[in-house]
Design a protein around this ligand. Structure first.
Ligand code: PXP
Length: 245
């Protein structure tokens, strides 16, 4: 069954805009689960620009579905993950100056570091997902270091401004997913997915989980969290139209 992981980072982004206590991403996670989220995703960034250490500690205790901790492959984050024990970790590249995660991890060129982190986490029973572009060499490298999952970066597909590019990018995602499955990897996807572009990605054979943040939180500001999550689940089945409510 295809599942939906709701990324609540941007609830924390609104809170941090005023360094106050509202809105609380913990409340958002509870409401997302009530709306049908199968998992909650939070990215603890090195610069703590949105999610804070307190948030992931409380999420660990309150999330009733599963908690996916997104993080960079740094010593500090590995220490936090080992003590927190999220249900799985997604390793992402991180640069301070970026607005959001830009591009997938370069696994092939950082094999020993990524492999060391994957081994440490998986050795303690925390499955690891590697956020990568749908690129043959990255998929091969991910299988080589025995990560349990990859998360295919859907940003280029989502940002395509014409149909030809979108179709080409979609074909890469589909091909990448099938290659990954054939070498024993489990496949998730995410980044830039919206109510209007999610269906083709949701329909890729073998796709397990979609991690979606910005589009859901944006809609939640207007219609409420539970409804926004419910409608994304409809969109993933090709049953969403703006008049559904
Ligand atoms: N997956 C990964 C690895 C991400 O870094 C992000 C953004 O934090 C997402 C999914 C969600 O992307 P979006 O907010 O564009 O839905």
């Amino acid at each position: 069954m295809l599942t939906l992981g709701v990324n609540i980072d941007h609830v924390a982004t609104i809170r941090q805009a005023r360094r106050t206590v509202e809105p609380d991403p913990i409340a958002a996670a509870v409401l997302a689960e009530l709306g049908g989220a199968n998992g909650i995703t939070a990215h603890l960034r090195e610069d703590r620009r949105h999610i804070q250490d307190r948030d992931i500690r409380i999420l660990r205790e309150t999330v009733r579905t599963h908690l996916n901790l997104e993080m960079a492959a740094t010593d500090e984050m590995v220490r936090i993950a080992l003590s927190l024990k999220p249900d799985y970790v997604t390793l992402v590249p991180e640069r301070r100056e970026e607005i959001t995660t830009e591009g997938g991890l370069e696994i092939a060129g950082n094999l020993s570091r990524i492999s060391e982190v994957v081994e440490k986490l998986q050795g303690e029973g925390i499955p690891v997902s590697l956020f990568i572009d749908a690129d043959e060499a990255q998929i091969e490298a991910s299988a080589k270091i025995k990560a349990k999952f990859i998360e295919l970066h859907t940003g280029t597909y989502a940002n395509a401004t014409d149909e030809t590019t979108r179709e080409k990018e979609f074909a890469k995602l589909d091909r990448g997913a099938q290659q990954a499955i054939s070498v024993g990897l489990r496949v998730n996807a995410g980044h830039g997915l919206t109510y209007w572009n999610v269906y083709p990605v949701a329909s890729i054979t073998g796709m397990e989980e979609l991690n979606i943040g910005h589009s859901i939180i944006s809609r939640a500001v207007l219609v409420g969290m539970e409804r926004a999550v419910r409608e994304m689940n409809l969109a993933m089945r090709g049953e969403f139209s703006s008049s559904n409510s």
